[in-house]
Design a protein around this ligand. Structure first.
Ligand code: NAG
Length: 230
């Protein structure tokens, strides 16, 4: 009796391990380039496409960022990095924060990552508990203050919060993440395929994932990175 219970338990265990492996590792292998044939044809050495779904007010995203920045810097032109702002609804100020990135992009495209990093630095002051007693207008004005800190014009940035195109762009970012089944942040796609990478991943784990996909020819790094390591 007891033996059969144990063996049935063991079988269930194996099934669970198999299934979780299947779901965690992803259903398909990652192609060396984003799938498909293009017109015009792609260059021989195409960068690997890394997409990150990032909520500026997510603590795990802040934790993940220094490693991500290190990976992006290390791979240089072999990696193309896209941040999709993904404001999760249970962070009350996340939509304001994601909208700040779109406003920054409309004023100076090079200011997006510096602003994201500045929001990370000040993240604690924008979290739910810290802002329960604060008006939305006051929270927005503090995002404007951060934008000014990195050299963006105060009046234009504040006006961005009243313009419908930045509202629309932020909604589209959110919907894009929903359409890609993003349910938590940070989430990552490599060449369009979901990967299990998260804030616990070390630089070495990223290397294990990316090295087989990126070309090994040494390339002089010419692209300027706007990401810092804090
Ligand atoms: C755009 O932002 C970057 C990063 O903050 C800054 O170095 C650059 O001077 C800005 N460009 C303009 C035209 O303001």
């Amino acid at each position: 009796m007891e033996t059969s219970f144990v063996s049935r338990g063991f079988v269930s265990f194996c099934v669970i391990v198999f299934l979780s492996h299947f779901f965690l590792v992803g259903a398909i292998p990652i192609p060396a380039t984003y799938d498909g044939f293009t017109n015009p044809p792609r260059p021989n050495h195409e960068p690997v496409l890394l997409e990150g779904f990032i909520d500026p007010l997510c603590i795990d995203c802040k934790t993940a960022w220094p490693t991500i920045a290190k990976v992006v810097a290390a791979y240089g032109p072999r990696l193309s990095f896209v941040v999709h702002p993904f404001p999760v609804p249970f962070h009350h100020n996340a939509f304001f924060a994601a909208r700040a990135l779109h406003i920054a992009a409309s004023l100076n495209s090079s200011s997006v990552f510096p602003l994201l990093e500045l929001i990370f630095k000040n993240q604690a002051s924008f979290l739910n508990d810290a802002t329960n007693e604060e008006s939305p207008a006051s929270v927005v004005s503090r995002f404007v203050d951060l934008a000014v800190e990195i050299g963006l014009p105060s009046d234009k940035f504040a006006r961005g919060y009243t313009q419908s195109n930045t509202d629309q762009a932020t909604r589209i970012s959110f919907k894009y993440g929903c359409a890609r089944y993003v349910t938590s942040t940070p989430s990552f796609l490599v060449n369009g395929v979901p990967v299990t990478a998260d804030e616990t991943w070390t630089f070495e784990e990223w290397e294990e994932l990316l090295d087989p996909l990126t070309y090994s020819v040494s390339v002089e790094t010419t692209s300027e990175s706007h990401l810092s390591l804090f």
